[in-house]
Design a protein around this ligand. Structure first.
Ligand SMILES: *[C@@H]1O[C@H](CO)[C@@H](O)[C@H](O)[C@H]1NC(C)=O
Ligand SMILES: [Zn+2]
Length: 571
């Protein structure tokens, strides 16, 4: 069935370690893998996954990304003496070799390929590979940063070659820049690489000028490389910043790119307590990051382990990721408050001065509304369609009309949990003024049938508002004649299921029986189908949404963070 989640793990990949003293390398220990796996076993998650065995990547597969000369060099390492290994290691940065690492590196790359095979053939829906050594720093002819072969880069080329994937999205949420992946695909428009990373104006490893926001790709690949460098003091980077980068930068681009496969460089050194990352995002953020990617590419998502050096938060983060891949409800994110605000006025001043720079490539139509300004980024209710009813009347009437015997009891319980409601109404008619913080009418000039405008509103306004509001229940209402397309509708439901621990109610106020199937499908946990039409549709005029975002900033902090945008650099 296409319902399963693959898990790839082999104890063999714990069987190499640092054999000499090197302070930079001592954190990369075999326990990283065993502890992560044991946590999956302990929580019962591994039992719910489909166990897929790893295999060694072949020479030909490794050569998809690496040079023959480099491969031949690594091949000699199993027979080297300790002195020779040290010598061999010296030509590279922050990496170590061991007699068994070549074997493990072949298994790590092969694991990523097994995962791609399982997902692309539909044996499973998605999956995660727990591998060592990691891959995203390794380059065509060089090991780097604990990485020997570039597992994810090899997997992307393999998916194109073996499975005919036309567009592959690589999301790198490790706290380091995956320079190896960037170099591999910088002139390739068929692979979109997104990475956020500690940067601190080049003071953080790997200290590369090309990790900055203005490396957007080269030639026909221009616009297909997106770096989000964190320049602020790390401790002030929060869940908020991660979610904003997803809602305002990655997701609009990803939806427009419309990938056939999503690969995640799943490094967890971006979680709290990590000695490398020194960030403060709690492990439950990874449930949300995973979820936000799960409605792309028809749900085809492969996560491959990269960094993560605090064994506690690494194991918790791996569990959050796998649990979400399995389709479990997401945890609510507590204390999302803006970092600047929480630390008081002085901190606010400092933050404004050392803002992170986000680059939004200008050739993405979906990002047009953001190109003129800076930004940042959440719903109890999303009511789509044209309605003459006031929100409260709409709500009451919807309940009275639609809830048949049996359901009201359940519903009353849930409603008692609500302290208040946020109503967001998306329609094609500019009828009502926004009267209060909790009633937000959004007008799409071309109506809800305008996929570009609708998705822009969902990603850039609705999701951020939802995260800030943190609802206890999501109620969606589809009105007659709303014009919203089924695929768009499915994306909306799929994305909003990330709120309220998945408590989602859909009220079909329409007589169109045909949309019941697609609605039920996504409520049952099937991924929404890709929005292919975004590939060809002309950009909509996003000015109205941008004006709305500006107006809403007064009430909603998730819409307010400053992103200095350097647009129009793309092709
Ligand atoms: C790992 O992170 C936790 C927070 O999740 C922290 O309390 C702990 O001290 C960290 N452990 C190490 C060894 O740094
Ligand atoms: Zn890392």
């Amino acid at each position: 069935s296409t319902m399963g989640t693959a898990l790839i793990y082999d104890e063999e990949m714990t069987k190499y370690k640092l054999l000499w003293v090197d302070p930079a390398c001592k954190i990369e220990v075999p326990e990283r893998l065993s502890v992560s796996y044991q946590a999956l076993v302990r929580t019962g998650l591994s039992d719910r996954c489909v166990a897929v065995p790893p295999r060694e990547a072949s020479d030909a597969e490794i050569l998809l990304v690496h040079s023959e000369e480099y491969l031949e060099g690594v091949k000699k390492t199993p027979h080297m003496t300790l002195e020779d290994l040290k010598e061999f290691t010296l030509q590279y940065g922050d990496v170590y070799f061991h007699p068994n690492i070549y074997h493990c590196a072949k298994l790590a790359a092969g694991s990523a390929l097994q995962l791609v095979d399982s997902v692309m053939t539909g044996t499973v829906r998605n999956g995660m590979a727990l591998v060592r050594p990691p891959g995203h720093h390794s380059m065509r002819s060089a090991a780097s940063g604990f990485c020997v072969f570039n597992n994810v880069a090899i997997a992307a080329r393999y998916a194109k070659q073996k499975h005919g994937a036309k567009r592959v999205l690589i999301v790198d949420w490790d706290i380091h820049h995956g320079q190896g992946v960037q170099y591999c695909f910088e002139d390739d428009p068929s692979v979109l690489y997104f990475s956020w990373h500690r940067y601190e104006h080049q003071k953080f490893w790997p200290n590369l000028r090309e990790s900055d926001y203005d490396s957007v790709g080269k030639g026909s690949g221009a616009g297909f490389n997106i770096n989000v460098p964190w320049n602020k003091v790390c401790s002030s980077i929060n869940l908020n910043d991660y979610l904003s980068a997803f809602c305002h930068v990655l997701l609009p681009v990803a939806y427009e790119f419309c990938p056939d496969l999503v690969l995640v460089c799943a490094g967890f050194d971006s979680a709290v307590g990590d000695p490398e990352g020194e960030m403060c995002a709690t492990p439950d953020i990874f449930a949300h990051l995973t979820h936000l990617l799960m409605n792309l590419a028809g749900g085809k998502l492969c996560a491959v382990l990269e960094g993560g050096y605090n064994l506690t938060s690494l194991a918790q983060s791996v569990c959050q990721t796998v649990q979400t891949l399995l389709g479990d409800p997401l945890p609510r994110l507590a204390n999302l408050g803006s970092p600047c605000e929480r630390s008081g006025q002085t901190q606010t001043e400092r933050c404004r001065k050392s803002r992170n720079v986000f680059l939004l490539p200008g050739n993405y139509a979906l990002l047009r509304p953001y190109l003129s300004h800076e930004m940042k980024t959440s719903v109890e209710f999303a009511a789509t369609g044209n309605s003459d009813l006031s929100p409260t009347a709409l709500f009451t009437k919807a309940l009275q009309k639609r809830l048949s015997a049996g359901i009201p009891i359940l519903l009353r319980k849930k409603i008692s949990v609500l302290r208040k409601m946020l109503v967001v109404q998306i329609s094609g008619e500019d009828k009502e003024e926004q009267k209060c913080k909790y009633y937000i009418p959004m007008c799409l000039k071309k109506g809800c049938g305008d996929t570009v405008g609708f998705i822009q509103a969902v990603l850039g306004l609705l999701l951020p508002l939802g995260y800030e509001y943190d609802p206890g229940l999501v109620l969606l209402s589809r009105m007659p004649g709303s014009g919203v397309g089924d695929c768009t509708w499915q994306q909306l439901i799929g994305l909003l299921k990330g709120f309220a621990k998945g408590h989602t109610l859909v009220l079909m106020q329409t007589n169109d029986g045909a949309c019941m199937g697609p609605t039920a499908s996504v409520l049952l946990g099937h991924p929404a189908p890709p929005l292919q039409e975004l590939l060809t549709r002309l950009p909509d005029d996003g000015d109205a949404l941008e004006r709305m975002r500006e107006r809403l900033q007064a009430d909603w902090k998730m819409l307010e963070t400053l992103f200095f945008l350097h647009g129009m650099l793309g092709g």
